[in-house]
Design a protein around this ligand. Structure first.
Ligand code: PGA
Length: 233
């Protein structure tokens, strides 16, 4: 399986800034085809269409950062799975610790979002940490856990430069495999071009926030990721 390199822009970037990022990435990346590492971009919801169109020429998948726990209907302001259909969205990040912290998302709500995502054939990337992993797996139940990509996102490592060691990630991976089964496993938390290759030694990919905001830095990360995989394959 290709390593997933997910750029999570969070609520950063205007349309113009997103276009500048895409132009710079296209210039730096050229027409290389991602081989061992697959870049995925998760822009804010209003930018899904223009970013998705630009990503098509690069052959990179598009991800949403969230979706509603409710189906399509009279829920003003919500973005349902139905709303995301036809926009070339392939993945959706669900239950990021920032959603749990600032928007008070519960494991139950996260589980409903996973159901909604799967209903419209989006792959859920479910974020968990030490505090949430067990409750999240129990709430999802066996039917849903096996259909998720799981991202280990230790809260203290997010946006701090304080990334955790590979051995801590490996220990958490074992826990995830016990609770979720043999699902693809990602790490997120202060990943950059200097440490990405190490994480890819024993994960299926990474989620990158701050270091994905600069086009030049994101391309460096991709180069480091491809380099790693070329060596290990
Ligand atoms: P960071 O964010 O790369 O800025 O630490 C990671 C994340 O929130 O997924």
């Amino acid at each position: 399986m290709q390593k997933l390199i997910v750029a999570n822009w969070k609520s950063n970037k205007s349309l113009v800034q997103a276009q500048e990022w895409l132009t710079e990435v296209s210039q730096l990346w050229g027409d290389q085809k991602p081989t061992s590492a697959l870049p995925i971009v998760a822009p804010p919801t209003p930018l899904l269409i223009p970013v998705g169109e630009a990503l098509q020429s690069l052959g990179w998948p598009l991800a949403a950062q969230d979706l509603s726990p409710l189906p399509a209907g009279s829920y003003t302001g919500a973005v349902s799975g139905t709303n995301l259909q036809g926009l070339n969205v392939s993945y959706v990040i669900i239950g990021h610790s920032e959603r749990r912290r600032y928007f008070h998302e519960t494991p139950q709500e996260v589980a409903k979002k996973v159901e909604q995502a799967l209903d419209v054939k989006l792959t859920p990337i479910v974020c968990v940490d030490e505090q949430t992993v067990e409750a999240q797996a129990a709430t999802l139940g066996e039917n849903l856990t096996s259909r998720c990509v799981v991202a280990y996102e230790p809260r203290g490592a997010i946006g701090t430069g304080d990334n955790v060691s590979l051995s801590v990630v490996e220990e958490f991976k074992q826990k995830v495999q016990r609770l979720f089964g043999a699902v693809p496993f990602l790490y997120g938390g202060s990943v950059d071009e200097l440490n990405v290759a190490e994480y890819l030694l024993d994960t299926d990919g990474v989620l990158i926030g701050s270091a994905s905001l600069s086009a030049a830095q994101f391309v460096k990360i991709l180069q480091a990721a491809q380099g790693h995989s070329a060596v290990s394959s």
